[in-house]
Design a protein around this ligand. Sequence first.
Ligand code: NAD
Ligand code: ZN
Length: 358
Amino acid sequence: ERPMYRNFRIVPNIIFGRGSFNQLDDVLKDRRVTADSWMVFVVDDVFTGKPLEGRFPLRGRDLLLWVNVDDEPKTRYIDELVARIRAYSPTAPAGIAGIGGGSAMDIAKAVSLMLNNPGSSADYQGWDLIKNPAVYHVAVPTLAGTGAEISRTTILTGPEKKLGINSDYTLYDQILLDPELLAGVPKNQWFYTGMDCYIHDVESLNGTFINEFSKAYGEKSRDLCREVFLDDSPAKDDKLMMASYFGGMSIAYSQVGACHALSYGLSYVLGIHHGVGCCIAFDQLEEIYPEGVQEFRQMMEKHDIPLPRNLTKDLDSASMEKMVTTALNLVPLWENCLGPDWANIMTRERAMELYKKM
Ligand code: NAD
Ligand code: ZN
């Protein structure tokens, strides 16, 4: 019997290059098919009053929607934003441009899906639950590492779970990668989000789901991360942007592993952001990823990056249990990491011990 291979959609249009942000206007122009076509710019509010704000190619009735990412995206917030867009105009926008890091890019993805699908975004957390194609959407990353620009998910925290809306419609129609936009990212954030990418590579390459497709992308992405974080390459912003893209391509056809599973627990119970949460978890996973963790510590030392510690020290046992449950519910991640027998290897007790050290 032959296995069933997944038939993944990928992002069809890509612009890469320094200064390419100036081409966003041209890209959107092709979508402004009628006189009253309009766009929504979903932008991380960190750019309010910054020079980039003056460069958004707003025209006519376009709506500039600032979004706040102090908390990672919640389903309630998505529903609110969709209601605001619907209240702004009875006709749907011709396109959405998401400008920012993984959070803003995920918000823009979710909004473009929900404008064409009824109900709450929480109804669609899961796999392939979306019925109707999204509004045309473009991503412009300003922070590199998550791979959100090319993934088929938008990760949301809902009333019951933290889980992505995974579907072929979630994927961006266009991405515009301008490495100049990474200038100005605070150093620790640059590192934590960059490590998200490095950890995608390690978890993909060391997983049991690995194949030559994922390996081709994962190895190149890991090499680029080494040039960025160990060699201080002069083109480091360009390289990190490509590393993020390749890291995302690698996990698309494999899976992440233990570190991501544990970081979901930290995020769900303690609200810890994805990048730093992955770093906190990874630092405890030497037994599972010995070489990766060692190299990660080298990178951390080279850039003098602090890691928050003792986060679970005063946590009550119900919260600790909830973290363990959240992590262990991510079955495909554990299967990839430890194989079909994973549940006997990563027991609740062992996961609890790991959390106690974080
Ligand atoms: P982020 O988008 O949460 O941003 C982190 C901080 O950096 C924010 O304060 C933001 O305002 C700021 N920032 C962004 N760009 C900046 C710039 N150019 N200059 C100055 N400050 C800037 O961080 P992230 O690590 O990119 O994304 C994390 C999010 O991505 C999480 O919500 C996570 O769930 C999601 N994620 C999604 C996927 C996916 O495939 N969809 C994968 C991994 C992570
Ligand atoms: Zn990640």
